[in-house]
Design a binder for this molecule. Structure first.
Ligand SMILES: Nc1ncnc2c1ncn2[C@@H]1O[C@H](COP(=O)(O)OP(=O)(O)OP(=O)(O)O)[C@@H](O)[C@H]1O
Ligand SMILES: [Mg+2]
Length: 350
């Protein structure tokens, strides 16, 4: 298993089907990123809205409103930020909430911006408070107060900035303070992709990798990709490896199935940890309710790992439910394990 930084910056174990990415993976992803809006698969609503915002701004010859992109990891926020700059023919400056330690760091970035530039602020919900306040003023009034001197003799010199566009990205829009959210003229929320859309992502990526992908294999990989293009592209690379080493180079349905079996990604995109949580819940605890800590001990993991790594997808898929008395297996969980759920009115909520 690879180590990678989780959403909150802590290191967590990941498998092939976790939505986050480490630096190595981000480098591999760069080659597969759509460069223009028309290449960007799916997210029709956001794409339409964004294309209006951009075209209108281009027509007026002015920098567009600030754009906020929110949504779970791996759905295309960074990709869209780059596309926005490309569509505007503007250069892109990239920084992130955690990279800005002090308000002064942000002031330095802002005061060096050139007219029309796009400033991409990734993980904007992790921006420190003082930097956030500086950003409000910069976004609204295109002004930054540069503090000179120290202590009682310090004074703030207002510096006016050329028009620019902030593109903020966040996986946690709910954590953004309202005043910051309000300063974005347009917010695009990215949703999970349909299997059809993921198939299109896969076909496009296979083309770029120069690796032949059969339609049935694309459908198979898509259905195990948890609605997330990053996971789809990652599974594709593993299937390509299998086809190259153990197959005839072609990514056929058989190759896809065999490769994903090697990597223990099952038909619903669950990995070993996900399945062991389901298994413990159904077989050991009769479907629950069982407390998180007990469940975690049963699968030999930390409660936090079960809660933050495995559970979100299991809950989203309707496999596991959270109740005040603990976790419960939902009927789909029994079905997925090939088990018969206890009869209604049985032990579940007794
Ligand atoms: N709509 C799309 N069409 C084609 N490929 C996509 C699309 N969205 C995302 N991808 C691919 O998925 C990968 C991950 O996308 P991206 O880095 O933009 O996600 P993100 O939302 O910024 O994730 P994070 O929150 O982890 O930063 C990239 O390789 C990108 O090429
Ligand atoms: Mg990103």
């Amino acid at each position: 298993m690879a180590e990678q930084a989780g959403e909150d910056g802590t290191d967590v174990d990941v498998s092939l089907v976790r939505p986050g990415a480490d630096d190595l993976e981000r480098a591999a992803e760069a080659a597969l990123r759509p460069r223009r809006l028309e290449e960007f698969v799916g997210q029709r609503v956001v794409r339409d809205q964004l294309s209006l915002v951009l075209e209108a701004a281009l027509g007026r010859g002015r920098a567009p409103d600030h754009v906020l992109l929110s949504g779970p990891p791996g759905l295309g926020k960074t990709t869209l930020a780059m596309i926005i700059a490309a569509e505007l023919g503007a250069s892109l400056r990239v920084t992130s909430g955690p990279a800005i330690q002090h308000a002064g760091d942000l002031a330095a970035v802002l005061s060096s911006l050139e007219e029309g530039e796009v400033l991409f602020l990734d993980e904007i919900h992790r921006l420190a408070r003082p930097a956030e306040e500086l950003l409000y003023v910069a976004m609204e009034d295109f002004r930054v107060d540069v503090v000179v001197g120290k202590g009682a003799g310090a004074s703030a010199i207002p510096l006016s900035l050329p028009p620019f566009t902030v593109v903020g990205a966040t996986t946690r829009a709910g954590l953004l303070p309202a005043p910051l959210r309000d300063r974005f003229g347009f917010t695009g929320h990215l949703d999970f992709y349909s299997d059809d859309e993921l198939e299109r992502v896969l076909v496009r990526s296979a083309g770029l990798l120069g690796a032949p992908l059969e339609a049935a294999a694309a459908a198979e990989i898509a259905s195990r990709s948890r609605g997330t293009p990053r996971i789809a592209n990652r599974l594709l690379r593993r299937v390509r490896d299998w086809a190259q080493v153990r197959g005839d180079g072609r990514m056929s349905l058989d190759a896809a199935r065999a490769a994903l079996e090697v990597y223990e990604v099952d038909a619903r995109g669950l990995d070993r940890l996900d399945r062991s949580v389901l298994d413990a819940l159904c077989r050991r605890f009769g479907g629950g309710p069982v407390g998180l800590t007990t469940l975690a001990v049963a699968v030999g993991e930390e409660p936090e790992t079960v809660e933050t790594v495995a559970e979100p997808f299991l809950v989203r898929e309707g496999l596991v439910g959270r109740t005040p008395r603990g976790r419960v297996a939902l009927p789909a969980a029994w079905e997925h394990l090939g088990l018969v759920p206890p009869s209604a009115g049985g032990t579940l909520f007794a």
